[in-house]
Design a protein around this ligand. Structure first.
Ligand SMILES: *Cc1c(COP(=O)(O)O)cnc(C)c1O
Length: 394
């Protein structure tokens, strides 16, 4: 018999079923007997106990992303950084060495340079477009390599196949943050990755209304290590966030396709405009890694475009102020186009020389292209360029 003291007695009976995943915010799950609970803990019965340890909305979302990445047992986390944390801290131990790409996401870089060393995990960074530089930076105690396939904000293409071969030969785990590229463009497990990471916040959830991450490993033991670490340290997500994330995922394929088409069109239009010094987009023949972009991304360019204005900071201010149809906001993957200025945001901690070394000037913008009609995008970019070109000396 069901006990109903102070608790709801269950849902009204219905011969029909909902077509949308119900939101299940329950923090705890009641069991019938201690024996029934034992059965659950021992894996003889399927069920939930406590939401930090797992809940239906997280599992539904995880399975959706697993299916896209072609894997099983992925874990949804409360943010992309929680996924990075589960991979780095859930797997590595003091005395290990971790080698990262030198243009990783800002907080991932900070974790590599500040937090891991504090915990006794040595780290170093190398240029992921150069597999030989990675080979030279490996140490006998290297446990993991962490790369992103397309770098932020200069959109350089990592030598994924070269680095994967190297990691395999040397017995090093390869972790790939697939946030910028997504499984629509590349499935890293098929290319030799051992761990794949996402900020689901970005293109996958896609509406800038939820912060989530996902991480999976091809090896079941490593997956389990990350899962236990995430549960213990509370990296796990809320049911409502997962429910929103699942809703976003329903349109992921369509959004990605449209945003990519828009990005490609915007890149070629921008390249012909006065006042634009250069345009970076992976499928353009003038991209510095054009050949590798073809082999790694297989014709995909994704939704990010970077460009440089000739007029420096004054032109950048004029552009951002006049391009009112796009949000000047440091994120990516939203349904709407967003514009980021690395020199004043993501890359402000670097010296001007440090920024110059990777080609990020005061006139440099990164665009996350959204789903607007292409003519509307061109119109607002034209407003921005007209204002930038009107700046004296610009
Ligand atoms: C945004 C981002 C992250 C961090 O994700 P959050 O959801 O903001 O924690 C990690 N990696 C990349 C490449 C990102 O763009």
């Amino acid at each position: 018999m069901k006990k109903t003291i102070q608790r709801p007695g269950g849902l009204p009976p219905s011969a029909s079923t909902p077509v949308v995943t119900p939101l299940m915010p329950s923090v705890v799950y009641a069991s019938d007997t201690p024996d029934a609970l034992d059965a659950q803990y021992e894996g003889r019965a399927q069920g939930y106990t406590y939401a930090r340890e797992g809940h239906p909305n997280a599992d539904v979302l995880a399975q959706r992303i697993d299916a896209l990445e072609g894997c099983e047992g992925g874990i949804v986390t409360a943010s992309g950084m929680a996924a990075v944390t589960a991979a780095l801290l859930g797997v590595c131990k003091a005395g290990d060495h971790v080698l990262g790409g030198n243009q990783l996401y800002g907080r991932s870089l900070r974790m590599m340079t500040e937090d891991l060393p504090r915990l006794g995990i040595a780290t170093s960074l190398a240029d992921p477009t150069d597999a030989e530089a990675f080979a030279a930076a490996l140490r006998p105690e290297t446990r993991m390599v962490l790369i992103e396939v397309v770098s932020n904000p200069t959109l350089r293409i990592a030598d994924l196949d070269g680095i994967a071969a190297l990691c395999k030969a040397r017995g090093v785990l390869l972790a790939v943050d697939n946030t910028f590229t997504t499984p629509a463009a590349i499935k890293p497990f098929e290319r030799g990755a051992d761990i794949v990471i996402h900020s689901v916040t970005k293109l996958m959830a896609g509406h800038s209304d939820v912060t989530l991450g996902w991480v999976a490993a091809s090896d079941a033991q490593i997956a389990q290590q990350m899962r236990v670490f995430a549960v213990t340290t509370g990296l796990t997500p809320s049911p409502f966030d997962c429910w929103l994330g699942e809703r976003g995922m329903m349109t992921f394929d369509l959004r990605f396709e449209k945003a990519e088409t828009n990005a490609k069109a915007l890149a070629s239009w921008l390249a012909d405009q006065p006042g634009v010094a250069r345009v970076l987009y992976p499928t353009r023949p003038d991209h510095p890694d054009a050949a590798r972009a073809q082999s790694v991304l297989r014709g995909h360019g994704c939704n990010m475009v970077s460009f440089e204005l000739k007029g420096g900071r004054a032109a950048a201010n004029a552009f951002a102020g006049a391009a009112t149809g796009v949000a000047f906001a440091p994120t990516l993957g939203d349904v709407g186009t967003t514009l980021s200025h690395p020199a004043s945001s993501s890359h402000r901690a670097l010296t001007p020389e440090g920024r110059a070394a990777i080609g990020v000037s005061e006139g440099f913008f990164r665009v996350s292209v959204g789903l607007e009609p292409p003519e509307a995008l061109q119109a607002t970019f034209r407003d921005g360029l007209n204002a930038a070109n009107a700046v004296p000396g610009g």
